[in-house]
Design a protein around this ligand. Structure first.
Ligand code: ADE
Length: 232
């Protein structure tokens, strides 16, 4: 998968993709992440990427021309399966959307900034607007990093043990069960006996029960969805 990210602050995104799983994914040739500085596509002495909103009001608006120039430059090289705009107005990112995006070959992400982008960009180029939660960030870069992380780890072959993504929280609409590692006893706190039993079937049942209970306690919204989907 190739992901191109357009940003007014690409420096913000240099670190998140240079470590751990996403770094390995790139080294294995499973993921390519390319950052593009929007300012490089702006013209004039000041390389201006924002301007005052028509009609007045606070804040600046991302200008049409630099974004169009950058999109058109990139689209000459390849077709994008999705052109995503990060915005609090967008579709909420969830595991289902991450799964869907992990199947794509080429994704282009425009990081929102300032008061937002000129509406004509949204109309002409954007295929999907994505929000990472009901709160407002100061820019779309951290949202883009979240999307790339959550999607990148789902690309087949990225995780060492491919099955591990299958058991993530949310992958079957339930939260993940508790996990433990050595020592088996710490300050009087014991790891549940079943996990030390070596009895695979019992362990699987325990984990499932814990997932259900945890989801019921912490996320009744997800629990009700799961009951509707699967029944108990
Ligand atoms: N830009 C600002 N806030 C955002 C959010 N919650 N999700 C995605 N992009 C954003």
């Amino acid at each position: 998968m190739r992901i191109d990210i357009i940003s007014v602050l690409p420096e913000l995104l240099e670190s998140p993709f240079s470590h751990s799983i996403l770094k390995r994914a790139q080294q294995k040739g499973l993921l390519e992440v390319h950052l593009h500085a929007l300012r490089n596509f702006a013209s004039g002495k000041h390389k201006q990427v924002d301007d005052y909103p028509f009609g007045g009001g606070a804040g600046m608006v991302m200008k049409v021309e630099p974004i169009a120039a950058c999109f058109e430059h990139l689209q000459e090289e390849r077709d994008y399966d999705e052109v995503i705009y990060t915005s609090p107005d967008g579709q909420l990112l969830d595991q289902a959307l991450c799964n869907e995006l992990s199947m794509k070959q080429n994704i282009l992400i425009l990081c929102g900034h300032y008061k937002g982008v000129d509406e004509r960009i949204r109309e002409k180029y954007i295929t999907r607007e994505v929000s990472i939660g009901d709160y407002v960030l100061s820019g779309g870069e951290l949202a883009a990093a979240v999307i790339v992380d959550a999607v990148g780890r789902l690309i087949p072959g990225v995780l060492n043990d491919e099955t591990s993504a299958l058991f993530d929280s949310f992958q079957d609409s339930l939260l993940a069960p508790p996990v433990y590692t050595r020592p088996a006893e710490w300050r009087g706190m014991q790891v549940p006996d079943v996990l030390l039993s070596g009895h695979e079937k019992k362990i699987e049942e325990w984990r499932h029960d814990q997932s259900v209970q945890r989801t019921k306690d912490r996320r009744p919204d997800l629990y009700n969805k799961w009951v509707g989907e699967e029944g108990e």
